[in-house]
Write a protein that binds this ligand. Structure first.
Ligand SMILES: Cc1cc2nc3c(=O)[nH]c(=O)nc-3n(C[C@H](O)[C@H](O)[C@H](O)COP(=O)(O)OP(=O)(O)OC[C@H]3O[C@@H](n4cnc5c(N)ncnc54)[C@H](O)[C@@H]3O)c2cc1C
Length: 597
């Protein structure tokens, strides 16, 4: 079984020549951070995640995390050691505020590093993922006192963070949660209730865990308007930062899952006795705002799982296809056999994986860079433009990339034939691990509703229109370079995006069943077109870089060929989605629920 090789060349190409990460140096926050160090950072990351983290992936799957009788959780062999080295190297904190101990790098660079961590071991990566979400929420909504107390140890990775939304009756409908928070005379709260599915809710990798918990105060309004967010540490911490007594929170059980076995998914009981001590973040009843900060960051990181795990599955499938000899192609000399990579159908599978992965990588990096601009642009207009772009791209990153992650890892199994179905090759682990991506952090159905109901209607649809305008510019550049077929395919596809967007806006977006019925195919169409556009941009960059010596001609030619494959073989599929988007809900409800057999 192959070990993961970080695709640093493609990462660098996407960062520097598609997304244009060096432009971030114009923002005062990143002027002195040293963006010229990116290639070295990626190379060092590649070494670290390949050598230190990747070897723990298989053990994590076969051993899994285990809950002990005393409620503690033991993670698989090697997890704690690999995590400690990750903390020592400072990888987790590189994109956070230097004032609290972070490295000050843009988020997009942190995302590129996280891609390697996730590909190396997705189950392990979830601990830093949730921690980073908690850091974002605290940094944006916590008081200065709270930031000083909790952020440095979360940023360094000495402590980890969790996100506690889900309860048995409150999944997609977060507003249905009932956990309670009772105010105390000393300004703290007592938290009680049960949370389910809490990732790394208990583990043995750090001395403390900082739970961010959604709960209701007495008399709070119903639904999401009455939810508040609290810091509930596993161990209480004194003003000097020393760990004190155990808080009233315990791990009741952990789930047995389809994949990510190394990641403990916990049922947490808050307040078995007097209630767990909790500290309010921001104001009462404003918890959803803070949680959205955390969720948006986490949604991007979950979308990244599609790229990372997809890429690992691709690398493994490619290696297998080069080695496995079976049958002959029409071109194979008589009496000989060919490696399966020579069969057109296997080529199609490999090219599909490769093209989607490269398109998704560009999308995720573009989205992360928009987050950087939203947070750090010196002008309010610049920040707003960054925020709008990040808001629009987030459901695409999360929904499209995890859907594709599932498809790509499944193709990875297919390339292996029967051996793909046999656990020993490891191909099946990628598929099992990836399957959760479309479910947590808001299911992909919820992402599609977000896209149609909230993001498409931004400024009456103008944010989408402006993005289509950017596509038109790439089309013009492709035409100038003589890549007319590629340009025409992207141009023609963008007209479908315009038609679908207009129809959905006219139908009232997420406010009608007709609009909601088209949401998922619209997300698929939108993501596929954005992917085509970004590969078109890649082709423009590749042609421009020819002869510069920065990348080999072989790499640059492959960029153009990949864009052409995507435009010819994948983009046309979206034309079949348009009728489904614009069909309305009648077909879906033609058979009454009671009559569905
Ligand atoms: C391994 C794992 C780790 C997790 N980690 C965490 C964590 O760390 N913290 C945390 O708080 N939670 C966590 N979760 C919970 C996860 O976020 C939820 O499972 C997810 O949000 C879906 O909620 P649900 O399971 O209740 O499904 P439901 O909400 O019951 O959804 C079932 C189906 O109905 C659809 N649906 C529901 N409502 C609508 C609607 N309004 N419109 C259209 N379709 C709808 C959904 O898309 C889905 O297909 C985790 C879950 C798992 C399995």
């Amino acid at each position: 079984m192959n070990e993961y090789q970080a695709p640093t060349e493609d990462m660098l190409f996407a960062l520097q020549h598609v997304v244009g990460v060096q432009d971030l140096a114009k923002l005062p926050a990143f002027a002195d951070v040293g963006l010229e160090a990116i290639p070295d950072l990626l190379n060092e990351g590649a070494r670290f995640f390949t050598e230190v983290v990747s070897p723990t992936n298989r053990t994590g799957d076969t051993q899994g995390s285990v809950r002990n009788d005393d409620g503690s959780v033991t993670t698989p062999d090697g997890f704690k050691e690999a995590y400690n080295q990750y903390v020592e190297a400072g990888w987790g904190g590189m994109s956070f505020d230097p004032e609290y101990g972070g490295g000050g790098f843009p988020w997009v660079i942190g995302i590129a590093i996280t891609e390697m961590l996730t590909a190396a071991n997705m189950a392990l990566s979830l601990n830093p993922l949730l921690t980073q979400g908690a850091i974002h929420a605290l940094a944006a909504h916590g008081s200065e006192e709270q930031r000083l107390k909790w952020l440095p140890k979360l940023i360094s990775g000495e402590w980890t963070g969790t996100m506690n939304l889900t309860e048995p009756q409150a999944g997609s409908d977060v507003g249905a949660l009932t956990s309670k928070a009772i105010p105390q005379d000393d300004g703290t709260y007592r938290i009680s209730g049960q949370k389910i599915f809490i990732t790394y809710g208990e583990h043995d990798m750090t001395d403390n865990i900082v739970h961010l918990v959604l709960a209701r105060t007495p008399g709070a309004p119903p639904g999401t308007r009455g939810i508040s967010l609290f810091i509930v540490p596993k161990f209480l911490v004194d003003d000097a930062g020393n760990i004190g007594e155990r808080n009233d929170v315990s791990c009741v059980s952990i789930e047995h899952k389809m994949g990510i076995h190394g990641s403990p998914t916990c049922v947490l009981q808050f307040g078995d006795n007097d209630g767990a001590v909790g500290y309010l973040i921001g104001e009462e009843n404003r918890g959803m705002r803070a949680m959205f900060t955390m969720m948006n960051q986490a949604r991007l990181a979950v979308g990244l799982e599609g790229v990372a795990v997809g890429d690992r599955a691709y690398q493994q499938a490619l290696e297998y296809a080069q080695e496995r000899v079976q049958g002959a192609t029409p071109d194979t000399p008589k009496g000989e056999s060919a490696a399966i990579i020579e069969h057109p159908d296997v080529r199609r599978m490999l090219m599909t994986m490769k093209a989607y992965i490269e398109a998704m990588r560009c999308l995720i990096y573009l989205n992360a860079q928009a987050v950087d601009i939203a947070h750090h642009h010196p002008d309010a207009d610049g920040r707003q433009a960054g925020q709008e772009m990040a808001d629009l791209l987030t459901p695409l990153s999360k929904g499209w990339c995890t859907d594709l992650g599932n498809e790509i890892t499944s193709i990875g199994v297919q390339v292996h034939g029967g051996m793909g179905y046999i656990e020993e090759t490891g191909a099946a682990q990628h598929l099992r691990d990836m399957r959760i991506g479309g479910i947590y952090e808001g299911t992909n159905g919820i992402q599609a509703i977000d896209l149609v109901g909230r993001k498409l209607p931004m400024r009456g649809g103008d944010v989408v229109k402006e993005l289509i305008g950017e596509m038109a510019q790439t089309v013009a550049e492709l035409k100038d370079l003589g890549l007319t077929e590629l340009a025409d395919r992207i141009e023609y596809s963008a007209t479908d995006l315009t038609s679908a967007s207009r129809w959905l806006l006219e139908k009232g977006g997420g406010a009608t069943n007709d609009g909601l019925a088209g949401a998922s195919p619209y997300l698929r169409l939108f993501g596929t077109i954005v992917g085509g556009w970004l590969l078109g941009k890649s082709a423009v960059a590749a042609v421009g870089l020819k002869g510069s010596g920065e990348f080999s001609d072989e790499f640059l030619d492959a960029k153009v060929a990949t864009a052409q494959f995507y435009a010819n073989q994948i983009l046309p599929q979206i034309h079949g989605l348009l009728p489904a988007i614009m069909a309305g809900a009648d077909d879906l409800y033609a058979i009454p629920s009671s009559a569905l057999r």
